[in-house]
Ligand binder design. Structure first.
Ligand code: OAD
Length: 253
């Protein structure tokens, strides 16, 4: 099966093999849009300034919902005044370009911002949820949420107060849409991780899964990720420059 047959197919149809691309983005792609990253080498990331155990767990929400909601209110306000950057726009161009060539892009993001959508990406899988949505813990209804959330707010569907929370994944909770993500990973022929530190699972494990199936993997990042040695190729630099350059290469193949 593999051996010669695999190699021959690989050499003869390298451009074709690149047509089903799986992209994983992290906070680094939105850094130049003014949204902070969680971890950095200078110790200035969000989790160096705020304790995730007090702000991003179901237990924290049960203990001190006002503090948790205020943290996400601040991030929501920052997001609403932010704009997508050249890296987000390049990935939207890549999606359209691949589709036009009969290919496919799966864009999975750990980001809870909507900058990929605002840049024009059509299919975005938010595995850690979406900041501009709220969910009722009582009836599970998910609705758009552009303003601040308060404990006194009632759910528009079931009428309960105190049950509305940001529609995001907290530590100790299951990431969203994992079946869809696993399926897309199995079908991809190239995995590209952009602006993610490789510190949080299960996303950090996608590259090992891809490599185990013989899928090529490329890291595009400002600084090498924790799992950098698992990638075949690495491009270091600011996403607003490295991502458009890489997309142009792929689209001109
Ligand atoms: P991190 O903050 O852990 O990592 C950000 C990555 O982006 C680092 O590898 C930086 O080198 C890189 N970076 C910074 N600026 C960049 C730029 N201009 N261009 C390119 N890369 C840049 O963010 P994530 O890996 O996304 O989860 O974090 C994963 C998860 O941890 C988040 O989704 C969040 C957090 O806890 C939850 O809240 C559940």
């Amino acid at each position: 099966m593999g051996g010669e047959g695999g190699e021959l197919t690989g050499r003869l149809s390298e451009p074709l093999r690149r047509r089903n691309i799986f992209i994983l983005t992290g906070a680094g792609i939105s850094a130049e849009s003014g949204l902070g990253t969680f971890r950095d080498s200078k110790g200035e990331g969000i989790w160096a300034r705020f304790d995730p155990m007090k702000l991003a767990t179901p237990e924290a929400f049960a203990r001190d919902p006002e503090a948790v909601l205020a943290f996400y209110d601040l991030r929501r306000r920052n997001l609403i005044s932010a704009s997508p950057n050249a890296a987000h726009f390049a990935l939207a161009r890549l999606e359209a370009g691949l589709l036009a060539r009969g290919g496919r892009l799966t864009l999975v993001t750990q980001n809870i911002d909507d900058l990929h959508e605002r840049a024009g990406s059509r299919r975005v899988i938010h595995m850690h949820g979406e900041l501009l949505k709220a969910r009722c813990d009582a009836c599970e209804t998910v609705r758009p949420q552009l303003g601040d959330l308060a404990v006194s707010h009632a759910c528009g569907t079931c009428g309960r107060t105190g049950a509305l929370r940001p529609h995001v994944v907290w530590f100790g909770e299951m990431p969203m849409r994992m079946d869809e993500i696993e399926r897309a990973l199995r079908e991809a022929d190239l995995l590209v991780a952009i602006g993610t530190s490789g510190a949080v699972y299960p996303a950090a494990g996608f590259v090992a899964g891809a490599r185990a199936r013989g899928i090529r993997a490329c890291e595009i990042n400002l600084e090498a990720a924790d799992n950098a040695d698992l990638f075949d190729e690495q491009r270091l630099g600011a996403a607003s420059e490295t991502v458009p350059a890489w997309v142009e290469e792929i689209l001109s193949e």
